[in-house]
Each structure stands twice: as C-alpha cells, then as structure tokens.
Design a protein around this ligand. Structure first.
Ligand code: GAL
Ligand code: ZN
Length: 649
C-alpha cells in the first residue's frame, strides 16, 4: 500500500507554509522555530528553491545548513515537506548547458536569472535534476522531521527546442505507429503538409500563417507528458529512499499546460496553490471551485492546500492584502472542502528578490503585527478541529472536467475566439455554489454512477469512451445537462459529420445541431420559455433541430427564430438536457435549480442568507459568511455541529 496524506497528518490538520531559510542568516532560524511554535505551525515546506544553496557547483554539495535547519525544526516538533529543488536550476547549469534553457516557439531562448527555466527534455537537465534529487533523498530520506516529499514546483514550463523535437517524434511514433498514421491524424492533406520522413516533423513553431490544430493539440499533450516524466523520475528517486513518505507536487488552479488528472494518478495525494483575488467579488465562489476541483483530482480523498498568501500576492498589478479575517475564512473554506492542511506562501517575508512585496505569515513588520496575530489565531483554531482530518465531503453533482476538450476548444481559429473553457465551467458552477449544492468534478470517461446529476458545460472534443459513458449514465437513470459546442470533434481534432453532438449523443439528447452560431456579445438573443421564464442569451447559439426532445426554450426573432435553445429528453428513468446557448446568469440559475429539484439534488442547507456558504464534511457543517456585516442563522440540523466562520471575527 502506498502512503497517503494521513501518514503525514497523523490525525492533526497541517498548518504552516513555505520556509526559505537559505534567504536568512542562522540566527533568524532559531527565531523562526520559536515563532512557528507560537503560531501552532506543524509543517513547513523546505528546499523548493534551494538548488544553488545545496549544490553551488556541479561537483560541490553543501548540506550543512540544511542539516542544521532540519534539526532545529525537528527539535521544535515541526514536520517538513521536503522539496526536490528542481524547479529552479542554478546558473551553472544554464551556463554550462545552454541547451537546458527552454526555447520559445519562435526559437529564442529564455535565460536564467528567474526560475522555471528548464527544458523538460534536455538530457543535461534530467541528469542534473536526478543527481540533486538523489543527493537530497539519500541524505534526508529517513530524517525524523520528514513528513512529505514535494516534487519540483508548479510544473508548467513548455519548450520548443531540438531535444523536445526529438522526444516529440518518439511520442508521435508511439501514438500513431507510422507516418501514415501521423499524416492521417494531422490532416496533412490540407495545405500541402504531408510528412515524408520523421526528421521533417517539428514542434509547432512560429509559422507564416495559421498552424495545424492537430499538431498544436498533440504538442500540448506531449509537453504535459514530458513534465509528468520529470515528476515521475524524481518521485521514484525519493520513494526508493523513503517508501513510507507520501509524495505530491503542487497544482496551480486552472492551469491548462499540465493535465492534472494524469498527474494526480501518479501522486500519493494532491495539493493546490491558490490565490483568489481579494478584490474580485467572485473570489469566494472561484476559491470554492478550485478547492472542489483539487479534491476531485485526488479522488475525493483529503488534499493539501500547499500555498495561499496570508496577505498580498505580489504578482498582481494591484497587490491588495487580504482584509482582516479573510485568510481565516478562505482557510476554513479549504478545510470544509476537504483539505487536511493549510499552508501559505511563505513563512517569512523576503527582503530581496522578485517576491519582496509578497505577503507572508511573518510580514516585514515582524511578529508584532495584525497578520501574525491572525496566523496564530488560525493555528490555534485549526488545532482544535481534531475530528476533521481524514473525513470526506459528500457531493451529489459532478461537473465534467476534461483537459483535451479544454485545449481543443481554445485552439486558434475556432468559430469564437473568446470561447473560454473555464468560463463555461464557472457559469455552471456559480449558481450551484450560491445554492449550497456541493459539486465534484469528474472525468468524462470515469465512474459517474454515484451522482444524481452530471453537468457537462463544455465538451467540444469527444471520445467514443466518453460518449458511451455518458449514454450509459442516463440509461441507468441519471440526469445529464450538456452545454453548447459539445461533441464536435474527435481526439485528432477531426470534425464529426452529420450533425452534433456526435458519436451517438444526438440520439441521447434528441437534438441535432446543424450549425454553430457564434454571436457578438453585444447582440443578445431573446429566448422564450414558459417553463423557465423568458431570458436573454449571448455569445453563442446553434441551429438546432429537435428530434425526440421536448423544447423547453426557443429563440424569438432574428435568423434563429424558433430554434430550440433548451431541450429535455427523457429516456427511461434518465433525463438528458441540451443547452445550445449561453443563458444570462439568472436564467441558467433557474434552469439548474429546476434540474436539481427534478434530480433530487438538495443543498447542504436550504434557505441560508445570501453570502453564506455551507459545506458538509464528515459530521460537520461548515458555515462561511463571505459578506460584510452579521447574519443570524437559526440552528438547522440538530445532528450537525456548525462552525460559523464570519468574514470579520
Ligand atoms: C507560487 C509559487 C511560490 C510563490 C507564489 C507567490 O506560484 O509556487 O513559490 O512564487 O506563487 O504567489
Ligand atoms: Zn526543449
């Protein structure tokens, strides 16, 4: 049995942050440990950017300082998530091996002097990364402070160099067998692109005009796979030295470059870095969505909030700090949505370097500060939630999340350049969040039987397995809602013919889409519906032909007059809804509320005041108040213990 997060939590929620002692002289380390204890910190992430400090030259390792730091932490009772420091190679690597520096599609190279400057395919990078990982793992693999292995950091660098071209050819060979297969999949009959030899095949570069979409799509898949190879290679190194320590890497929210489903399958548990914008009125909802995504990536098991800012995120153009109470509120949102630990970037604010203006648990002002006092209070509070670690979050709804559909729908020269996959998912998530209906995210080809309702806001690219899975789900009595521009192309970016959605979904939904009808945002569509109330829609519509489904809403006026925009098709005990447009938010809310009611999906608690989020986890119901002012909530379910987390304590 491989280890998991519970081997690290040992029954207590984890609390702490990124700790970069290499930026500080030794006297500060002792003070750090004292303050960590004061704050209730029990885990710090160490070594993420310490490659140069640990290996200042190719043949010189300097572990003494880290020995001391880990010793101090252990003596202080503080656990360590130890990183393989491979996200930021030292200058000597790029200087000696310029081919480890990543290349842009136009051929220019990135330089060292920042971070993440590595080509995942460069043999010299791979070798050096494994060398330093092996050295770290060999030295600390059985250190008593070690609780978690943190591999790399936020995988996501794409490169277009000759090493990548070489590996890309091998990747394509494995996928398509031979050049005939490649030519067929890429549709190279278009524009005289036929390849006659493997050496002619290149990563997509800066071309004269529109590139080949299938080539671009494959390159995106390839880049994700190469980064995954880097992760797996380092994971195997640390596992060999400490088989009982769980391994993770930190995801960023909504990052298209790596297919997080594929990564998650190779991790012992998943973790998330998330930085909602305190100035964004939608931040609470967006934060909840990211947290539901990461829980789902980990199969519903507890996950780790690896990074959030205790204050400002300095990379924002306007880096407003979190107002008093907000870090507590968002931390509790993470715990409510399945996190078994709340960590921050970073422990002590850097005085120098790119992130000198970033928030920290110990800000520049020092421990005598609002921020540190709030951190201490949060540490105490989390320590009290002893019944929470290891528990799970029930959800009756799944939203389909698919990296290939995301990549493909955002390729160049789709019918609408502004069609954004994550916007589509957010539009469906937001009303459910407002109604306190808990959602998971799921794969189109994965098990869906446990959900009363499955939402597919956008699934432009469709595989035969996904089509069969969705069909079987409805046939077994499930309720399915699919959004527009779905079921359009196969995994090679080849358009289905004969009407959409393809691969038999046309029969499932009882509708045939003949034409896609993207619209400018300032030309709203009037839609009439006796059932839902009339509404407007914008940005997208379709020329639909109902063939078996009931028409729930249809266009009034204009060239699409009379075309069905919302259709419902009952099949045995199941129901399949098709929504051919982008309804205004209130209308989508009404539609989804209706669908939830029909499908027997209930909110965690009904009738809560606006701005109050309710999430059930284990035996608790967490109530999170995101608006200003006070709200009063009458005791609801006598069985559930409620923890009310106001925005302002
Ligand atoms: C993350 C990263 C951290 C730090 C943080 C700042 O992307 O992993 O090292 O840079 O952002 O917000
Ligand atoms: Zn490369």
């Amino acid at each position: 049995m491989s280890p998991d997060l519970q081997d690290a939590t040992r029954g207590r929620l984890l609390f702490g942050g990124d700790y970069n002692p290499e930026q500080w002289p030794p006297p500060v380390w002792a003070e750090d440990v004292r303050l960590m204890r004061e704050a209730g910190v029990n885990l710090v992430t160490v070594g993420v950017f310490a490659w140069a400090a640990l290996q200042p030259a190719p043949d010189r390792f300097t572990f003494g300082w880290l020995d001391t730091v880990l010793g101090l932490l252990h003596d202080g009772g503080i656990g360590v998530a130890l990183a393989t420091p491979t996200a930021s190679p030292p200058p000597w690597l790029g200087h000696r091996h310029p081919d480890t520096l990543p290349q842009w599609p136009d051929g220019g190279r990135r330089t060292y002097g920042a971070r993440n400057h590595y080509c995942p395919c460069a043999p010299a990078y791979r070798r050096a990364a494994l060398d330093i990982s092996t050295a770290v793992a060999a030295r600390y693999g059985d250190h008593p402070a070690l609780r978690i292995w943190h591999i790399g950091n936020e995988y996501g660098t794409a490169c277009h160099c000759k090493h990548c071209a070489h590996r890309f050819r091998g990747w394509l060979r494995a996928r398509y067998g031979d050049l005939d297969g490649l030519n067929a999949a890429w549709g190279t009959a278009v524009w005289s692109q036929h390849y006659g030899a493997w050496t002619e095949v290149l990563p997509p570069g800066r071309a004269q005009y529109i590139g080949n979409p299938a080539q671009e799509l494959d390159y995106q898949r390839f880049v994700s796979d190469m980064l995954l190879e880097c992760f797996v290679a380092e994971r195997d190194v640390v596992r060999a030295h400490s088989p009982t320590v769980p391994v993770t890497t930190n995801f960023m929210d909504w990052y298209r470059t790596i297919d997080a489903w594929r990564f998650a399958a190779h991790e012992d548990f998943v973790s998330l870095d998330t930085y909602p914008d305190p100035n964004d009125p939608a931040a609470a909802m967006l934060g909840a969505m990211s947290k539901d995504v990461v829980r789902s990536l980990g199969g519903g098991r507890p996950w780790l909030l690896m990074e959030q800012s205790p204050g400002a995120a300095s990379w924002r153009p306007v880096a407003t700090p979190k107002r008093p109470g907000l870090n507590r509120l968002w931390s509790m949102q993470a715990v409510a949505r399945g996190a078994d630990g709340v960590l921050h970037f970073q422990w002590r604010a850097s005085r120098q370097g790119a992130e000198r203006a970033h928030g920290a648990m110990v800000p520049h002002a020092g421990p005598d500060s609002r921020v540190f006092r709030e951190i201490c209070a949060l540490g105490r509070e989390l320590a009290g939630l002893v019944d929470v670690p290891g528990t799970t979050v029930p959800a009756g709804v799944a939203i389909i999340l698919d990296w290939d559909a995301w990549r493909a729908v955002e390729l160049e020269h789709q019918p609408h350049a502004g069609f954004r996959y994550v916007d589509r998912l957010t539009e469906y998530y937001a009303p459910l969040w407002r109604d306190n209906v808990t959602c998971d995210f799921a794969r189109a080809e994965g098990p869906l039987g446990g959900y009363r309702l499955v939402l597919v806001p956008s699934l432009y690219q469709l595989t035969a397995a996904a089509a069969a899975n969705l069909t079987a789900y409805v046939a077994a009595g499930g309720t399915l809602v699919m959004g527009p521009f779905s079921g359009v192309a196969d995994p090679d970016e080849r358009i289905f013919t004969g009407g959409w959605p393809g691969l038999g979904l046309l029969e499932l939904f009882g509708v045939r889409v003949e034409e896609h009808w993207p619209l400018p945002d300032d030309a709203p569509l009037a839609v009439a519906s006796a059932e839902l109330g009339d509404f407007t829609a914008a940005g997208w519509a379709e020329w639909t032909e109902a063939c078996g489904a009931d028409v729930v809403a249809q266009v009034r006026g204009g060239p699409l007059d009379g075309r069905a925009m919302v259709l419902r098709h009952r099949l045995g005990a199941g129901t399949a809804w098709y929504v051919a447009t982008l309804p205004e938010p209130d209308a989508l809310h009404r539609l989804l509320a209706r669908v939830c009611a029909d499908a027997g999906v209930r909110p965690v608690l009904p009738g809560l005041p606006p701005g109050v989020e309710a999430v059930r986890r284990g035996d608790r119901v967490f109530l999170l108040h995101h608006d200003d002012g006070r709200v009063e909530i009458r005791p609801v379910t006598p069985s559930a213990s409620a923890a009310a987390i106001p925005a302002v304590p």
